[in-house]
Design a binder for this molecule. Structure first.
Ligand SMILES: C[S@@+](CC[C@H](N)C(=O)[O-])C[C@H]1O[C@@H](n2cnc3c(N)ncnc32)[C@H](O)[C@@H]1O
Length: 327
């Protein structure tokens, strides 16, 4: 009999991680098969972003602050997922005795640990920025691993790059995977870079220039200002994307992108413009039918924060191969 793995998702955002864990979508002509999974719980405290989630998934995402979520209110599940927010680890590592009291966001992994301790799913997947490895002179990350271990899990981690999985973006993220069962831990292998597949350039996912709304272009004043600055050359090299390569990492604040910021922009025919939300969705490997139903600002924020669904699809595939999807 085919087993279905129930997933509970924390910090679900607009559901990039959840979509990848579920599968059953297409991206750039490739079909990512449906996994034997079912999302039974999702939550995030940003109502506007949750609205995007609920416009796209059958499962209903709750608006809640994780700190107020009792474990008993979460249905039983086999896999817990969460891209826990990672700000303020400096506070954590410098002042361990005050963990959980003074910092708003740096300690949310403790909430994930609390739920793991109480619910004991077979496995979990956590995702975070690569910088977490070196935060606080390298002290924060081992602390996080120890916390997950003390919840009863055997953990492994690896930095994966979205560009290695047919995604048109250089985005490095740490995936931490944990298992209750030591044998499953030993058996698990992170997905390998796809060989024989060229990396996908950003040109594969940008729209024709004549279809772009003028509001996405930077003004002549902004470009003249840029040309006067001494950073001009480094900017052209760093932020204006080469369209024959995967894009640099897209972040959550693309709505505020300026020519002086570090976020990626496009330079086409001597004109500079920002990516449209739909282009960002493709750079993040969301399928074309993923609905972007919020304001431009919220769409950018939700998409920039998301785990690329294709990346999570590969991690889930490896996880399910380990857990075995048949009784
Ligand atoms: C990195 S994003 C997660 C993105 C998501 N995994 C995806 O793939 O689309 C982190 C999320 O945590 C949410 N968040 C931050 N603090 C929270 C809290 N205290 N309770 C619930 N959600 C929180 C944010 O609103 C944000 O959507």
């Amino acid at each position: 009999m085919i087993r279905t793995f129930r997933i509970a998702s924390l910090f679900s955002g607009c559901g990039g991680m959840d979509l990848g864990a579920e599968g059953g979508f297409s991206f750039l002509g490739y079909k990512y098969k449906k996994h034997n999974t079912k999302t039974v719980y999702a939550m995030d405290f940003d109502k506007k972003i949750v609205d995007i989630y609920n416009d796209n998934f059958a499962n209903h995402c709750l608006v809640a602050n994780i700190r107020n979520v009792k474990s008993t209110s979460i249905p039983d599940h086999e896999i817990l997922t969460g891209g826990f927010p990672c700000q303020s680890f400096s506070v954590v590592a410098q002042n361990p005795k005050r963990l959980g009291y003074n910092d708003e966001k740096g300690q949310l992994f403790f909430e994930m640990k609390r739920i793991l301790t109480d619910k004991q799913p077979k496995a979990f997947v956590a995702e975070n920025v690569k910088g977490i490895l070196s935060a606080n002179n390298g002290e924060a990350f081992p602390l996080i691993l120890r916390e997950f271990e003390s919840a009863g899990y055997h953990v492994k981690y690896k930095v994966l790059n979205a560009a290695d999985f047919g995604i048109p973006q250089k985005r490095e993220r740490v995936f931490i995977v944990g298992f209750l069962d030591k044998k499953a831990h030993d058996k698990f292998r992170f997905p390998k870079r796809l060989t024989g597949k060229e990396s996908v350039p950003v040109s594969a996912v940008i729209d024709q220039e004549d279809s772009i709304d003028p509001k996405y272009y930077f003004s002549k004043k902004a470009i003249d200002g840029l040309n006067k600055t001494k950073h001009r050359n480094s900017m052209n090299k760093g932020r204006a994307q080469k369209i024959d390569e995967p894009c640099n990492t897209v972040g959550a604040h693309l709505s505020k992108v300026s020519l002086n910021s570090t976020d990626p922009v496009l330079k086409i025919n001597e004109k500079y413009r920002m990516f449209t939300p739909r282009e960002v969705a493709r750079i993040q490997s969301f399928p074309e039918d993923f609905k972007l139903t919020s304001s431009k600002t919220t769409n950018y924020k939700a998409l920039g924060n998301a785990v690329p669904p294709v990346m999570m699809w590969h991690v889930t595939d490896s996880l399910l191969n380990t857990l075995g999807d048949k009784d």
